[in-house]
Design a protein around this ligand. Structure first.
Ligand SMILES: Cc1cc2nc3c(=O)[nH]c(=O)nc-3n(C[C@H](O)[C@H](O)[C@H](O)COP(=O)(O)OP(=O)(O)OC[C@H]3O[C@@H](n4cnc5c(N)ncnc54)[C@H](O)[C@@H]3O)c2cc1C
Length: 491
């Protein structure tokens, strides 16, 4: 049935990871016209990355657990009338409530990294934000050497490119992702001389209820633990990589014991030979699109910020739903549950129907059970304020703008900066291409002089880099960038 040109989509879903996929298919099953946008060329998000077909991987699912959940969603997407828009980088969502029948405009640019800069705008009556998370990085002296990669980045190299960042790889930082990364690297043939975890796992034992009600999490840890034992990988708790050594690339790292506040012990530490370091300190919800629209956020026990949502996953802004890591980092199964709940809730609202109460209650129970575990996990791996003691004045903190820890300390101690924004204005830290994604957490902590204040709420009008021509095109009286196609439902 042809659709009038002015008709918007019912629901625009941003992010085609487990949360966005589940939300899109649930809403489409109930009868909504759905557009599903993702910056990536593929569905699956961070977790279900698959090798490029040209690499000829025979069993890509071997790199994942819980593949069947993803296969089911992918199959339902293929059967549906959802308009899947891969390679679309959403840089802003704006409220267009003045328009008849449309509430939201989703602005995107296309191409790898937004490279070809073709502007796209589509309209929708409601939006589901499922933009996932990115890794938290804490700088280390020597971390700019080739061979230092993000822990999730090492896993992405393996899952998407079937390559390893080195032959002998130390995995370090904090959080359960390290166990998954180390066991995957070892199974793929890397030698992993150590997993270096800055916190410990004993704090989980203080919350037996969260453990008992989430047996799949303990089972997952057991699987990774057994794999690490089989590959003779040593796990060093309450320790950190405090220096990376090498001339042209990584040759070794120094591992130092930490106290409970992550302050490194005095002394030389232990030197471990390696040719790569995979390092990460947990994940941070990617919520810029939502906070710019005024959605309320909340602090999590690990100092990150996540969107505040109600029992049906709606944010504090009516018509904007959120699911998955945007509400706090909790894994693919939780993301799928929340996505489905949000999709059902949005469809019920737009269609003026009651949501199926039995299914909604079951999803809510599952979500609450998993979120309880997530809070325990976040508290167990919260960075202690003492980490900044392993920085020297020469350590680069902002890699894009080459701003050192010394310059940031000067801005704080001599010039009186007390927050990340003032440090940014004084030093340019966070003004480069990554817009503070690499250094933001570290700069905020250094600006707060080590106080665990949590991250400030960022309001960014542009969520991803956008060519100036696209912004200039917004002057179009119709609000449409020059040459921008407006995608319309194809039903
Ligand atoms: C680097 C990394 C590695 C991980 N490894 C593991 C692991 O080994 N095991 C595990 O259990 N969990 C892992 N996780 C967590 C796991 O990926 C998540 O729990 C799960 O994928 C969350 O699903 P999601 O749908 O909320 O987000 P994601 O899967 O992250 O999906 C979000 C999607 O949104 C898209 N997106 C974001 N911003 C935009 C934008 N502005 N415009 C368009 N598209 C956008 C992204 O391209 C992505 O496809 C990892 C996370 C990260 C960041």
């Amino acid at each position: 049935m042809p659709v009038s040109g002015s008709e918007p989509y019912d629901l625009a879903v941003i992010g085609a990871g487990p949360a966005g996929l589940a939300g899109a298919v649930a809403a489409a099953d109930m009868g909504l016209k759905v557009a599903l946008l993702d910056a990536s060329a593929h569905t699956g998000g961070q977790f279900y990355r698959t090798p490029h077909p040209a690499l000829g991987a025979v069993r890509p699912e071997a790199l994942h657990h819980d593949w069947s959940g993803y296969a089911d969603l992918r199959g339902r997407l293929a059967q549906s009338r959802i308009r899947h828009l891969p390679g679309h980088h959403v840089w802003s969502v704006t409220n267009e409530s003045a328009d008849v029948g449309a509430t939201w405009a989703v602005h995107a640019v296309t191409g790898a990294d937004g490279g070809d800069g073709r502007p796209v705008r589509l309209r929708a009556r409601a939006v589901l934000l499922a933009t996932g998370a990115y890794e938290r990085h804490l700088p280390i002296p020597g971390w700019t050497l080739p061979g230092v990669v993000a822990a999730g980045g090492a896993q992405a190299m393996l899952k998407s490119g079937l390559v390893l960042p080195g032959r002998r790889i130390v995995v370090a930082g904090s959080g359960p992702l390290l166990l998954a990364v180390a066991s995957a690297l070892a199974a793929a043939g890397a030698r992993v001389p150590a997993v270096v975890e800055a916190s410990g796992y004993l704090r989980y034992a203080r919350h037996p209820r969260a453990l008992v009600t989430n047996p799949h999490k303990s089972a997952e840890a057991l699987v990774h633990g057994t794999a690490l034992l089989r590959h003779r990988v040593r796990v060093r708790m309450r320790s950190a990589v405090t220096e990376v050594h090498g001339t042209d690339r990584v040759e070794a790292v120094t591992v130092t014991r930490l106290d409970k506040n992550w302050r490194p012990a005095q002394g030389a530490g232990r030197r471990i030979q390696c040719d790569a370091l995979a390092v990460g300190h947990g994940l941070m919800p990617q919520i810029e699109l939502a906070t710019t629209l005024g959605c309320a956020s909340r602090s999590l026990p690990d100092g990150t910020r996540a969107l505040a949502v109600d029992r049906l996953q709606e944010t504090s802004v009516r018509g904007l739903w959120a699911a998955g890591e945007t509400g706090g980092v909790g894994g693919a199964a939780l993301a799928r549950t929340e996505g489905e709940l949000a999709g059902i809730a949005a469809a019920a609202r737009l269609l003026g129907r009651l949501a199926p109460s039995g299914r909604v209650r079951a999803l809510q129970r599952r979500r609450d059970r998993m979120r309880a575990f997530v809070d325990v996990m976040a508290a167990a791996h919260a960075p202690g304020p003492g980490w900044s003691r392993w920085l020297t004045d020469e350590t680069e903190v902002c890699r894009c703008e080459e701003v050192t820890a010394g310059r940031i300390r000067e801005a704080v101690e001599d010039l009186g900066a007390r927050d990340a924004r003032t440090v940014k204005l004084l030093t340019r830290a966070g003004m480069g291409w990554c817009q503070g994604r690499m250094c933001g957490a570290a700069v905020a902590c250094l600006a707060a002089c080590g106080r665990a204040d949590g991250l400030p709420v960022e309001r960014r009008p542009l969520a991803v880099p956008v060519p100036l021509a696209v912004l200039a095109g917004l002057d179009d009286p119709d609000g449409k960038p020059a040459g921008a196609p407006s995608y319309r439902p194809s039903t």
